[in-house]
Design a binder for this molecule. Structure first.
Ligand code: FAD
Length: 247
């Protein structure tokens, strides 16, 4: 992407002013995915000078600044296991040092690994003007952004893990799956290909085939929907057999 002008605001208010007053303004997180796009934008709003790179926690939740890189998530010793595991094979360390969690969420990429983990954890997104919205609603609706994601709130859970299937280490996932159990159990599936979704109406007695029956898997150049479904079922069976998901 080519920008006619790039600004580096020193406050969120200033950044939002730019966004609200320029029809063709684009927010820059790590800027890595934007760099791949072949289009022009009037104004790039680079958030790198704002204090949005942090990992904090309180008794019940983690608070992750939107400019936190995936590498910081990978080496964190406090975040839920499924988040840490989900980013480990995203590109190489160099890429993970640049890409941000804010860019990953806001891009709503149909191959995303981290968004599946966040969905299984029941994460909430905090926008500067619009306030809080659930990850589920954000991914599920064609929510018009025009706002700045400031942080992500992740409830603490007792157990979580994720699985993904890639042809090679740095490839996009063919399919991914994440589970978390805290107050209740949540299972999310992504890279179907398509935005990550939560598995509805889950029940301890269900097999992986029954749990995934209502999830849509599609064909693309990487594999067929039937192949994806089978891999997802195998990954979920493996998790269920570990016996740690249900209390
Ligand atoms: C070569 C390559 C391989 C990859 N492989 C994988 C993979 O295997 N699995 C995976 O899950 N991901 C993968 N990714 C995606 C990557 O993890 C990031 O999700 C992606 O690069 C976006 O992060 P960014 O910080 O670069 O965002 P940017 O490119 O800066 O922004 C992405 C979008 O989000 C918007 N945005 C950014 N920050 C904010 C904010 N705070 N508020 C509102 N809007 C915002 C931007 O305007 C833009 O529309 C890959 C990316 C690349 C380049």
């Amino acid at each position: 992407m080519n920008f006619k002008e790039i600004v580096q605001p020193s406050s969120l208010e200033e950044a939002y002013e730019y966004l609200a007053n320029h029809q063709k303004a684009v927010i820059i997180g790590g800027g890595v995915f934007l760099k791949l796009q072949k289009r022009e934008a009037e104004l790039g709003i680079d958030l790198s000078r704002l204090p949005l790179s942090y990992l904090k926690e309180d008794e019940k939740e983690h608070h992750i600044g939107s400019m936190t890189t995936l590498r910081e998530i990978e080496i964190s010793s406090i975040l839920p296991q499924c988040m840490v595991e989900s980013v480990r094979q995203i590109g190489g360390v160099g890429l993970r040092n640049m890409v941000t969690i804010g860019g990953s969420v806001c891009g709503k990429y149909p191959f995303s690994d981290i968004n599946t983990a966040l969905l299984s954890l029941g994460a909430r997104l905090v926008f500067f003007k619009k306030g809080e919205i659930s990850m589920e609603r954000f991914l599920g609706e064609n929510y018009v952004l025009n706002d700045i994601l400031t942080s992500i709130v992740v409830p603490k859970v007792e157990y979580s893990t994720c699985r993904y299937f890639k042809h090679t280490y740095t490839d996009f996932s063919l399919v991914n799956l994440s589970v978390a159990s805290g107050e209740n159990v949540r299972i999310a599936v992504g890279a179907r290909p398509g935005r990550s979704v939560v598995v509805p109406d889950i029940n301890t007695g269900h097999t992986s085939e029954e749990l995934l029956a209502r999830i849509e898997f599609k064909d693309d150049i990487r594999g067929s929907g039937a192949y994806r479904r089978h891999i997802a079922e195998v990954m979920l069976t493996e998790i269920l057999e570990e016996g740690l998901l249900w209390k």
